[in-house]
Design a protein around this ligand. Structure first.
Ligand SMILES: Cc1cc2nc3c(=O)[nH]c(=O)nc-3n(C[C@H](O)[C@H](O)[C@H](O)COP(=O)(O)OP(=O)(O)OC[C@H]3O[C@@H](n4cnc5c(N)ncnc54)[C@H](O)[C@@H]3O)c2cc1C
Length: 462
């Protein structure tokens, strides 16, 4: 068997990009000179590509150009944890608070239906994204975490959203071989995907529909009717920004989206007996119920992919990689693996990588389109963007194409957030929130009771 070289602490190797078939790796030429289009899109991750896809279905006559500073799908879209989930446990209470139960429920249900829509398009476009629909298991390993799972179950019940099965006590521990499990909540509304296959498959699909995708082309200025790049200028009626965590690099957008660095690792393939022992005989995803939660999945080639336990902000919204921070974050993931699954403490880790996702000040995704100027954007999924980017792109594409669809009436449309604070306030604020979350997790682990003021503090700050 051809084994990949083992990643060392200093090297980043993205499992998903490593495993791409050569035909999906072919680069697209950069923009070479000035051009015109009906719609120009900056960023060829899921948001940009799905927007181009739906524009081409809503109005096949539109000329759509998508540019990407790097490679299509090599941003967060090709580096994520592969959880294509319709659940938004962190988002739901805020949505209810700010938009009311009806609007929150509408968005939630639209998210659930998005999994069917994704399946439909992947089948229609023959995109093999390693789709496995086995749901998610959220685990609680302390009394406060059990309370949080109960609370989530209750909120959903009040909203009339069913489908979450809560199990408490010994039967829960039997469901999954993680240490110290006291309760679980199972939802069928999650699929695992191969993130980069999805992105590159989508790239090929939009090109078949006549969309021009230029890689290695950086946007340097955006104005009504105008997208200036380092490869030429695109004059277009609509110019859309789909750069999520990287948005702050664009002139005039420095404080719109907070970039958060997130880390992931993958083990070598594990044998069937080990998976049996872990209790993951299918591809259901698993997440902790800590504030700084870890999440894992079993890939199609039987590796364990583990991510999370914190998202990190760098001063001045920097998005380049910081080797030392990466080492610390990956060490923490390694310790998390040993804590959750002690038998895997020494299993070889073959891949370690990081990526950047985006968060708005109001902590919700948003879809904004100004008909007058033709400027628009979508993103800010806060680390849950695989399914949501499809739904947001459908909302944005419908607004731009001027077609009446239910997606244009969701509560995230034109729900533009206020900007993040200037530095150093932004850095201090974000570090305080993550510090509170880390401290609360430690306290709850140690004392088995809810950290005083943690929930209040986290809610007040974000
Ligand atoms: C480590 C990690 C794990 C995650 N895990 C999950 C998960 O398991 N489930 C889930 O649902 N979500 C997850 N997410 C979030 C999800 O991946 C993102 O929300 C989603 O991919 C965002 O897609 P996007 O197209 O908006 O942004 P991106 O995929 O980041 O694409 C933005 C693109 O814009 C380009 N760009 C930036 N600046 C410019 C410029 N000036 N000119 C031209 N192009 C530019 C970039 O090169 C990039 O390709 C994770 C994210 C990370 C980082």
């Amino acid at each position: 068997m051809n084994r990949p070289p083992v990643a060392t602490a200093d090297t980043e190797r993205v499992l998903w990009l490593d495993g791409l078939p050569p035909d999906q790796l072919a680069t697209r030429p950069p923009l070479d000179g000035d051009t015109t289009a009906d719609v120009a899109i900056v960023g060829a991750g899921y948001t940009g590509l799905w927007t181009a896809y739906y524009l081409s279905t809503f109005n096949p006559d539109l000329k759509v150009v998508v540019i990407d500073a790097g490679r299509a799908g090599f941003g967060a879209s090709g580096r994520n944890g592969g959880w294509c989930t319709a659940e938004m446990p962190a988002l739901l209470p805020g949505l209810v608070r700010r938009h009311g139960p009806m609007a929150a429920m509408r968005l939630y249900r639209a998210g659930q239906r998005t999994l069917d829509e994704l399946r439909r398009v992947l089948d229609a476009e023959r995109i093999d994204a390693h789709w496995r629909h086995d749901g998610s298991l959220y685990v609680a390993r302390s009394a406060p975490q059990v309370d949080r799972l109960r609370g989530w179950h209750e909120v959903r019940g009040k909203l009339g959203i069913g489908g979450l099965t809560l199990t408490v006590g010994a039967p829960a521990a039997e469901q999954i071989g993680l240490t110290g499990v006291r309760a679980t909540a199972y939802t069928p509304h999650c699929v695992t995907v191969h993130p980069a296959r999805l992105a590159r498959g989508l790239l090929a699909a939009v090109e078949r529909r006549g969309v021009l995708v230029a890689e290695g082309t950086r946007a340097t200025r955006i104005a009504p009717g105008l997208l200036v790049t380092d490869g030429g200028t695109v004059r277009a009626r609509s110019v859309l920004i789909a750069t999520e965590g990287y948005t702050g690099r664009l002139a005039g957008h420095g404080r719109r989206v907070l970039p958060l660095h997130s880390y992931v690792l993958a083990t070598e393939p594990l044998d069937a007996a080990t998976w049996q022992h872990i209790g993951l005989t299918d591809h259901r995803t698993v997440a902790e119920s800590r504030y700084q939660f870890g999440y894992l999945q079993r890939t199609l080639d039987d590796r364990l992919v583990l991510g999370g336990r914190g998202a990190y902000y760098r001063f001045g919204s920097a998005t380049d990689r910081a080797a030392a921070a990466g080492r610390r974050a990956h060490d923490l993931l390694r310790r998390t693996l040993a804590e959750l699954l002690p038998d895997l403490a020494d299993v070889p880790v073959t891949h370690r990588w990081s990526g950047v996702y985006g968060l708005h000040r109001h902590t919700e995704p948003e879809v904004v389109y100004d008909r007058e100027t033709g400027l628009g954007h979508a993103g800010g999924y806060g680390g849950e963007g695989i399914a949501l980017s499809n739904l947001a792109a459908r909302s944005l594409a419908a607004l731009v194409a001027g077609v009446s669809r239910p997606e244009t009436r969701l509560c995230w449309v034109d729900n533009a957030s206020r900007r993040w604070e200037p530095e150093p306030l932004r850095y201090i604020g974000v570090r305080t929130v993550t510090g509170v979350a880390t401290g609360a997790d430690r306290y709850e682990h140690r004392f088995d009771r809810t950290a005083p003021l943690a929930r209040l503090a986290l809610r007040a700050i974000v």
